[in-house]
Design a protein around this ligand. Structure first.
Ligand code: NAP
Length: 454
């Protein structure tokens, strides 16, 4: 039975019944039937509804932010910003979907030949708890604007958010069947994917879930988009503005309790500035306030679940056994709830858990690099390839390294990595495949169809 537990207090907020296979089947059937009429609606009609969804999000921002904060512990100011960002995303695709999906004429030996992008049908979204609104809108908004219908299987600890999102689309005037939530555990997803009604699947989640979903989708040759984990390197070169770099690095490590796929995870610092960087980094980390996530002054709330906090601490302990040194935090506080303090490990090297695995929490792994080449080698020495950030005064060099050297889906120079509706988002290697957002994202669940007329 899925439970929503406030991770700040360990109190159970709500419990939900899993849906029976018959109930899920009936929801899928209605989504399939609804697709036949939804795909025929005009872009104007879809846009009007999507603009309304943005308005509903803004009108109910405080309610939704409060729900996110109590279900998974993110600081309330960050939850409010997340709702605003979802509204922006809805408006972005409401404004641009028709242009992104316009037919493209191509000159050939035909009297007319063109490419048209047509929806696929019912798309399943398997979503994580860490950005419980943003990740869902990122999947559903372009899919709906392209004429697909959506089924949401949200993470089991944020079922309240799943129903709240469903209510946004209803209040905005979308037909009920075009976006539906189902309550089912991750272990049932592979079987769902194999049902003929499901035409594609989008997962945002961990690499193990990605492997399971890609295998199920591959076994029936269905389209999948996978947004998985990351261990983003943040490289600070010796010519960088150290204070600005340290500030960006701390923000990128602590945002959302450190539980972001594109959080800064490995800090790779060129040797000549290593000591000064660590001093500045510690100073800024110490100024951050861990506390009640509903308090507007809070920078760091609890971790989202007790089991995830335990897992993080085991990774920290293992890294220390392997030779890393703790210089801040790394101790579980004695209080109820899934708390973990801002923590810093130095002397981290390849082969240690803190280097090789994704650390999904407020633990910084600081690594010393001999020089720029060594820094790039260390950055790429990872199974992941989601985001990367590089700090340097030499923008031309930064662009060159971002373009030619860094193995990642997004490279940011002198800034922390962030998602933006206008820019494609996704990874390479174990961070997944496919892209969300921008014009690339809306094309993922379409049939890129060639029409040739002689
Ligand atoms: P997770 O455990 O993989 O769960 C994500 C979703 O997948 C949940 O709905 C979960 O359902 C389901 N699931 C779990 N195991 C499954 C399986 N074997 N087969 C099918 N579905 C399965 O990940 P999480 O802990 O919620 O989220 C954290 C992870 O997501 C991190 O690795 C993070 O980096 C990644 N992430 C990536 C991005 C990106 O854009 N690349 C963005 C955000 C997060 P249940 O809850 O019912 O288990």
């Amino acid at each position: 039975m899925p439970l929503s537990i406030n991770p700040a207090t360990n109190e159970t907020i709500a419990s939900y019944e899993e849906y029976t296979p018959e109930r899920i089947r009936s929801i899928l059937d209605s989504a399939d039937a609804a697709f036949l009429s939804w795909r025929k609606t005009s872009f104007l009609e879809r846009s009007e509804k999507m603009f309304k969804a943005a308005q509903v999000l803004r009108n109910r921002k405080f309610e939704f932010a409060h729900l996110m904060t109590t279900e998974m512990g993110k600081p309330i100011t960050q939850a409010e910003a997340e709702v605003e960002k979802c509204a922006w995303l809805c408006e972005y695709y409401a404004e641009n979907a028709e242009r992104f999906l316009a037919d493209e004429t191509i000159m050939t030996d035909a009297s007319r030949s063109f490419v048209t992008l047509q929806p696929l049908g019912v798309v399943l979204g398997v979503m994580p708890w860490n950005f419980p609104f943003w990740q869902v809108f990122r999947f559903a908004t372009p899919a709906l604007m392209a004429g697909n219908t959506c089924i949401l299987k949200h993470a089991s600890n944020v079922t309240g958010c799943a129903f709240a999102i469903e209510s946004v689309f209803r209040e905005a005037g979308f037909p009920i069947e075009v976006f539906r939530t189902i309550i089912t555990p991750g272990s049932q997803v592979a079987d769902l994917i194999k049902l003929p009604i499901i035409k594609g699947v989008s997962l945002t989640g961990s690499t193990p879930a990605g492997i399971s979903i890609a295998s199920a989708a591959g076994s029936v040759l269905k389209k999948s988009v996978l947004e998985l984990g990351g261990s983003d390197p943040y490289i600070v070169l010796k010519d960088a503005d150290l204070k600005a770099s340290a500030e960006a690095c701390v923000t990128a490590r602590l945002i959302n309790g450190g539980q972001s796929c594109i959080a800064a995870k490995r800090f790779i610092i060129e040797q000549p500035v290593y000591r000064d960087f660590v001093t500045l980094f510690l100073e800024i980390m110490r100024s951050k306030i861990m506390g009640d996530p509903l308090d507007r002054e809070t920078d760091l709330g609890p971790q989202a679940r007790m089991d995830l906090r335990e897992e993080l601490h085991l990774q920290v302990e293992k890294s220390i056994e392997q030779g890393a040194s703790s210089i801040m935090g790394c101790v579980i506080p004695e209080m109820p709830g899934a708390w973990y303090p801002p923590s810093v490990l130095i002397n981290v090297e390849p082969g240690m858990v803190a280097f090789d695995e994704e650390m999904f929490g407020p633990v910084a792994a600081i690594i010393s690099a001999k020089d720029e080449n060594d820094a790039m080698m260390l950055a790429n020495l990872s199974d992941f390839g989601l985001g990367a950030a590089l700090f340097t005064a030499d923008i031309e060099k930064g662009e060159y390294l971002a373009k030619h050297s860094l193995q990642a889906g997004s490279c940011f120079i002198n800034s922390f990595v962030k998602s933006d509706p206008r820019l494609p988002f996704g990874g390479i290697k174990q961070s997944g495949y496919g892209r969300e957002l921008s014009h690339y994202g809306i094309k993922e669940f379409t049939n890129i169809k060639t029409v040739y007329c002689k």
